[in-house]
Design a protein around this ligand. Structure first.
Ligand SMILES: [Fe+2]
Length: 264
């Protein structure tokens, strides 16, 4: 498994991950398969089109999600967020994928798996998420927190041209991995600080790389989350993010530094 991981993600000097989080907010990792995402986004568009044209199937997928979040497998992720979200009010369409949700659909809703638009998209998600599992494990080992029970939740997102953004946020994950986006320059981030202004946020220059950042679920290890924002671009933009979630974990309430408003 490790060999496969290194073929896909080539780590730089990974020993200093904690220092990199503190210094710049992220660790940049080379991605050896950047072209895989074109097919993923094409599959996602076909999936969206199919669900919009066939509300009965969209409803069936929704009931699969409702049943899944009552299963014990969902506790691996400590969230109820799975499946398809068409948030027209926020100008975003997204899908949250996990292998347990995929297996649940295959076992309980085989008729959904018969639909090419659904199954091709789920398989594309599976292929993308596989190497992330080992990457998160490797990061946890480097940080000496490998006792954590981490599970990977993948998010594919389509931002519509009307999407706007006003405020950065912290992710409710242990780690988030910005795998790919069709417009890297609209993602701004900042290392954690006690106070923030909009000038603290900038977009890392990337060349076929992925960015690993800490989320809010590692506070007990003195690892602070990296705030980030996706600015509006007026265009359609796709992105893929993997979240490392903590199994059976209810995060304690913690105060984090307030984040500034962006006014365009
Ligand atoms: Fe985020």
């Amino acid at each position: 498994m490790t060999a496969i991981l290194f073929l896909i993600f080539a780590f730089p000097s990974f020993g200093s991950i904690r220092e990199e989080f503190e210094r710049i907010g992220y660790v940049e990792i080379c991605d050896q398969r950047p072209t895989i995402y074109d097919a993923l986004y094409a599959n996602f568009d076909q999936f969206i089109e199919f669900l919009q044209a066939n509300p009965v199937w969209a409803l069936k997928l929704y009931s699969a999600k409702e049943r899944f979040i009552r299963s014990k497998e969902k506790n691996y992720y400590s969230t109820d967020v799975f499946g398809f979200y068409n948030e027209s009010n926020r100008s975003q369409i997204s899908f949250y994928y996990s292998t347990h949700f995929h297996e649940f659909i295959s076992a309980r809703y085989p008729e959904l798996i018969q639909i090419p638009e659904i199954t091709h998209f789920l398989e594309a998600c599976l292929e993308i998420q596989n190497p992330c599992v080992s990457l998160f494990q490797k990061a946890a080992t480097e940080l000496d927190i490998d006792s954590l029970n981490l599970f990977t939740l993948l998010k594919i997102i389509k931002y519509l041209p009307t999407y706007t953004a006003t405020k950065p946020h912290y992710d409710g994950s242990a780690f988030s991995l910005f795998l790919n986006s069709t417009d890297n320059s609209s993602l701004l981030l900042s290392p954690y600080k006690s106070t923030f202004t909009t000038d603290d946020f900038s977009s890392p220059i990337r060349n076929h790389s992925v960015l690993l950042i800490p989320g809010t679920l590692l506070r007990e290890f003195s690892i602070y989350p990296t705030p980030h924002i996706v600015l509006q671009s007026g265009k359609i933009r796709y992105a893929t993010i993997a979240f490392a979630m903590r199994a059976n974990y209810a995060p304690p309430k913690v105060d984090l530094s307030p984040l500034p408003h962006f006014n365009d």
